[in-house]
Design a protein around this ligand. Structure first.
Ligand SMILES: Nc1ncnc2c1ncn2[C@@H]1O[C@H](COP(=O)(O)OP(=O)(O)OP(=O)(O)O)[C@@H](O)[C@H]1O
Ligand SMILES: [Mg+2]
Length: 239
């Protein structure tokens, strides 16, 4: 069953149209990956889901409810967490302060339990609880950002380029955490990645977005092995 369904979406910013007739399904408890070159519209897709971009046409349905053009805070309250591409942790605050900040909408009584639960998923963060986020390595920072997104117990999590600038081995570790979250918490995950290969290896379903339109949809493994993949997706070398 699709937890999130985007249908014939045309969206952008102000008068600029970025996405043209984009349709996509995010199945419950699945890992759906959207890959595409720089400027393809990947972030715009997530911004559209979260009510940040301008929607001209089409619809977005979440858990059976039409969320097209709802304000962002309402969408996030419905259980969708968004990890934006940049600036997703507060570098001057400690790990613990970042996590508390991310839980500002929770009842005070809930925060401690939630924090313990999230830290048990990321033992490394527990060790660094009093360190400023700015002193964490790139990979640790990504883990913190994911942990922050989890504080409010989302059902669906939108991850924008969580492996950018990480060494491949660290990128793999971060992505493995994401798979664990699906397995342990039953989370539904939508990942947007430019570094296509790693994400496609772990994803269930994949979409290839080029110049604001969907060029491929199907099993992630099939896209990875698609003979036209390199040609379709200029900028990524098939190794
Ligand atoms: N806030 C904005 N206002 C106006 N135009 C924007 C805005 N954000 C993005 N754009 C434009 O929309 C197009 C798609 O950008 P988007 O950020 O969605 O691409 P992307 O696929 O996420 O790229 P990248 O891989 O570099 O993150 C680009 O041409 C970009 O310049
Ligand atoms: Mg982007």
């Amino acid at each position: 069953m699709a937890l999130l369904e985007v249908k014939n979406l045309i969206s952008g910013y102000g008068k600029l149209k970025v996405l043209y007739n984009v349709s996509l399904e995010v199945r419950e408890k699945g890992i759906t990956v959207v890959v595409g070159p720089n400027g393809a519209g990947k972030t715009t897709l997530l911004n559209s889901i979260m009510g940040i971009a301008t929607i001209y046409d089409g619809s977005i349905t979440y858990d059976g409810v039409d969320i097209t053009r709802l304000p962002t805070h309402k969408i996030s309250k419905m259980g969708i967490a968004y990890l934006p591409q940049m600036g997703n942790v507060f570098t001057e605050l400690t790990v613990g302060e970042n996590l508390r900040l991310a839980s500002y909408l929770l009842d005070k009584s809930e925060v401690k339990d939630r924090m313990d639960e999230v830290l048990s998923l990321f033992p490394i963060l527990e060790k660094f609880i009093n360190r400023k986020a700015g002193t964490l390595s790139g990979g640790e920072r990504r883990m913190l950002a994911i942990a922050m997104a989890l504080m409010r117990k989302p059902k669906l999590i939108l991850l924008d380029e969580i492996t950018t600038d990480l060494a491949p081995i660290i990128a793999k570790k971060v992505l493995k955490q994401v798979v664990d979250l699906r397995d342990k918490l039953g989370l539904t995950i939508l990942i947007v990645e430019q570094m296509a290969k790693l994400a496609l290896e772990l994803g269930d379903y994949a979409y290839l977005l080029v110049s604001g339109t969907i060029r491929y949809s199907g099993k992630a493994s099939e896209l990875l092995n698609h003979p036209d993949f390199t040609e379709l997706y200029l900028g990524i070398k098939k190794t």
